[in-house]
Design a protein around this ligand. Sequence first.
Ligand code: S3P
Length: 437
Amino acid sequence: MNLLLNPNPPLQGEISVPGDKSLSHRTVILSALAEGNSTIHGFLTGKDCLATVEAMCHLGVKIDFLDPETLLVHGVGLHGLQAPKQSIDCGNSGTSMRLLAGILAAQPFTSVLKGDDSLQQRPMERIVLPLQQMGAKIVGREVSGRIFSPLEIHGNTSLSAIDYEMPIASAQVKSCLLLAGLYAKGQTSLKEKGASRDHTERLLQSFGVALSIAQNHIILTSPTTLKAQEIYIPGDISSAAFFIAGAAMVPGSHIILRQVGVNPRRIGIISILKLMGADITIHGPRLICGEPIADIEIKGTKLRGIDVPSEMVVSAIDEFPIIFIAASCASGTTHIRGIEELRYKETDRIEVMAKGLKILGVSLEVFPDGILINGSSLNEGTVVSHGDHRVAMAFAMASLVAKGSIIIRDCDNIATSFPNFCELANQLGMSIHSIED
Ligand code: S3P
């Protein structure tokens, strides 16, 4: 699918974005491992989370969709999973692969995790090496000393707990090891380099798992059972981010986003845009199922370039494509370093974004770990998302500030995280149409 975006007036209106992707993956996995039935409200029916649902079904878990966003998961207990009859396809979803690997490493059967071309090029040694230290038997595809999927996981029911200082700030690695830790003998002790999203920790506690958390040090004591839950998932701040930035950077815009997750470890986008001068107000913050949620109001203004503080990087890790767009139309220069992890996402997001921005006439300089963007005006043009959902949606928002129409190629994967993105964007006043090649 390609998208054609015509210039449009400022954004106006009120919407709710779909459920949080990270929470959707985690709630379905933990509900499957719990004793009894769990209901999940606000589940994201994007392709990535559906890959996790399908994986759990292949592992013998019964999951009913009560409506498109409500799941009833019939938990099988920690030791109730069954050997899959076929390899498990994680599609484009790194979260599915890395989290599932943690569980499968501890099962009394063999399984294979595979993914699409993009996922098969993403690094897996970050989970395979620590899992192997716990006693897991995992065979990946080794290329030049690195490990990629498919991963053949020969489950080992006597994993040992790990005491591990994680070399990168990654919630996927942390969650993988916490899930493996549910089955390990002894206490799992993890130290994080940066404060990555803590949804797994919050959920594990609500499912009844004993965790001790002091700053960036987590200790998990393996439980005997998980307790089934009724869960409400908030809107995904990473999806909301496109509209937050889109409205913030266009004077005259005024929008409200209802019931968005505002976990402190996810709101880097708000902190960074505020430093750029954005007018963003958080209304009525409250806790639902252990996660903070709020309504977010944004009024448009002219943004200014900044040096993005390195301590804000981890909490905005998925938002840099749209931050690059905001920087491109801001006055002055924006300098972002310490974002080398962007090179290992669904695409190398530094390169793919830089390529598209240059096509739109933006002057920039790329570094191994970052980018410098000189704010200016954006031209019309045709850019390619390379199948990366967040790149596609970021360039869609560029149409708000471009001098003419923008065409974005290869946009099917928007459905991995935000299936109704175009519909909601048009509701706020944008002009997005899908077009043939
Ligand atoms: C995620 C963690 C982040 C993020 C990804 C979702 C998660 O990845 O980029 O979109 O749900 O744990 P890393 O752990 O690789 O930083």
